[in-house]
Design a binder for this molecule. Sequence first.
Ligand SMILES: [Zn+2]
Ligand SMILES: [Zn+2]
Length: 363
Amino acid sequence: MMMKKSIICAFLILVGLQPSLAQQRNEIKVPDLDGYKTLKCDFHMHTVFSDGLVWPTVRVDEAYREGLDAIALTEHIEYQPHKKDINADHNRSYEICKKKASDMGILLVKGSEITRPMAPGHSNAIFLQDSNPLDTKDYKDAYKAAKEQKAFIFWNHPGWDRQQPDSTKWWPEHTELYNNGCINGIEVANGDVYSPEALKWCIEKKLTMLGTSDIHEPIQTDYDFAKGEHRTMTFVFAKERSLDGIREALDNRRTLVWYADMVIGQEELMKPFFEKCIDIKEINRDEKGVTLSIMNNSDLIFKLHKTEHNPSLVYFRDYTLKPHTKHTIKILFNDGIKGGDMNFEITNLITYPEKGLNYTIKL
Ligand SMILES: [Zn+2]
Ligand SMILES: [Zn+2]
């Protein structure tokens, strides 16, 4: 009898010590770029330490299961509706997570959300040392405190209709922050909202593009993983998988945003990224035409649409390259031509508002 009890106890202790080993990590399959690792990051989320509905360590488990490399918990500095039950300083949710994140190999970036009326609205300051000095009366002092800590600051959900009911405007307050180096990036996508204005501003003003979940509930409340959905996130092209690596990449604007079935970002990054996702092989050629095989090795979908081309080269008008699928495509030569440029726009790889990546396959 005694023997049995002690075996059960030992078993319970072992189970109790390693509760997270049973979680399955679903790696996101997207390629690295030459010289850079593609880190999957979400720098905007909440827990019960502001207006979220989960304990901080749950965010680490979620990130692990979804194959993320890095997260930031960005509790609202100015809005803490659970304060009666959870009364702690602004650093606490980060501190609670720190060990678990490190044990599970998730990079944890320290951040906070400066939560003000428009203008300037909401911003996340990440790579902070101490969140408490951001708790100030005047918003300018909060940005100043973040800047003094060399934080990376990005404007959140600029098109949020509760703060910009008619149109998404850039206010004089943003010009002042921008001139003081207090806007380093903008959320081009936040949760299920994409902002073409933010994309335009990031290109014009040389700011970093970010995609975030801004998750408040448990993640599965907002995303149906069984249907293949994924949280809105940022692909960060870092020289190394580390906090320093992420910071260097953000400072140098090496990001793409993954939002629903779209990838959004600068053409200079999008083009090599797309090329790494696919593998094109010529499998047959004669006087009548060419047969290509196009393998999509990524988790992403690509929607190709034919653009202006030599009409003697006959190919599809619209074509979808599905994830992890090999596609065989026949291109016909008319009027005695021997080859040519197959031009198309990839309509879900967005490089400017309403504009997809232009791509040419030379035949
Ligand atoms: Zn919130
Ligand atoms: Zn916000």
